[in-house]
Design a protein around this ligand. Structure first.
Ligand SMILES: Nc1ncnc2c1ncn2[C@@H]1O[C@H](COP(=O)(O)OP(=O)(O)OP(=O)(O)O)[C@@H](O)[C@H]1O
Length: 289
């Protein structure tokens, strides 16, 4: 495997002087080509800041990000695509679904027919073959997020970044989109980096989980996920390996905080809420199957 993404000594600080806020603190890691890695961290720890620095959307205060060996210095590289949480703000309501997916290809040296073919292929791969002529607002939230994923895939990016991509959809749709992401990643051999605050999602989705500390974000652990490549929302989540790993991530996320007592109680509430959401969604999947 070759290294697709290298982040070295990354720091980002918002503002200056007394009001300065350090969001990312000396982060270094690599993601290999063809890997599906996730970054999990508590709310507000600096995950989106890190992702924006990687995407070239903001210039880090210091440190370096390289995509297949080339430093990202100004703007979003051509072979990188980002899927954001809020599909309603990232899709253009006045353009059809097909035109939304084609949109970023306008800046590529591609013929019109090639752009159309790529857009249709991307829509096919996310299970939206028949909706190209509809408008985003005629689709459900889950379908709109599929369109966002198709748009990112259409440019055939070397690296796909996803920022809390399933946080705005219901639990059942979230499961479907997680499976879709795994399938598409394997079919295309893509390199994907997903940022999430959901422990279970980070384990279910990935080959590897990077655990971040509370703000400012630094890496607490880099865990390989030894689950089988073929995963299932019910049996995988019930497996001993999954349960052990999610417990390990939860402990790492909440352990060692200065305010240990408060953190422990936050952790218990957080885990309980996640377990309840997952078991509701699993019950829905069972009921529908
Ligand atoms: N443009 C900005 N200017 C000033 N501070 C900011 C800015 N963007 C983010 N921050 C601060 O930086 C810290 C990290 O924010 P960031 O959005 O990266 O965290 P996050 O882990 O993605 O949060 P969440 O999980 O809640 O989305 C927060 O304290 C936030 O208030």
């Amino acid at each position: 495997m070759s290294t697709m993404l290298e982040v070295s000594g990354l720091n980002h600080r918002y503002g200056t002087g007394e009001k300065a806020h350090v969001a990312v603190n000396d982060l270094s890691f690599t993601v290999e080509a063809g890997e599906l890695a996730s970054i999990v961290g508590p709310s507000g720890c600096g995950k989106s800041t890190l992702l924006r620095c990687i995407a070239g959307l903001i210039k880090p205060t210091s440190g370096q990000v390289s995509l297949h060996g080339e430093a990202i210095s100004s703007g979003v590289p051509d072979d990188l695509a980002v899927v954001f949480q809020d599909y309603s703000r990232s899709l253009f309501p006045w353009l059809s679904v097909a035109k939304n997916v084609e949109f970023p290809l306008r800046w590529r040296n591609l013929s019109r027919s090639e752009r159309r073919t790529r857009a249709q292929d991307a829509l096919d791969s996310v299970g939206l073959s028949g909706v190209g002529s509809k408008f985003p607002w005629q689709l459900s939230g889950g379908m709109q997020q599929r369109v966002s994923i198709a748009r990112a895939l259409a440019s055939r990016p070397a690296l796909l970044l996803m920022d809390e991509p399933f946080a705005s959809v219901d639990a059942q749709t979230r499961f479907e989109l997680e499976d879709l992401t795994r399938r598409v990643q394997r079919e295309n051999g893509s390199t994907v980096l997903v940022v999430t605050h959901d422990i279970d999602e980070s384990v279910y989705l990935s080959d590897r989980v990077l655990v971040l500390s509370k703000s400012p974000a630094s890496i607490v652990a880099d865990l390989p996920v030894g689950l089988p490549a073929d995963r299932d929302q019910i049996t995988t989540r019930e497996s001993a390996e999954f349960v052990t790993l999610r417990g390990e991530v939860a402990r790492l996320l909440h352990g060692g905080a200065p305010e240990a007592a408060a953190a422990a109680s936050d952790a218990a509430e957080y885990d309980l809420a996640q377990q309840e959401a997952a078991s509701d969604a699993a019950a829905e999947v069972r009921a529908k199957s």
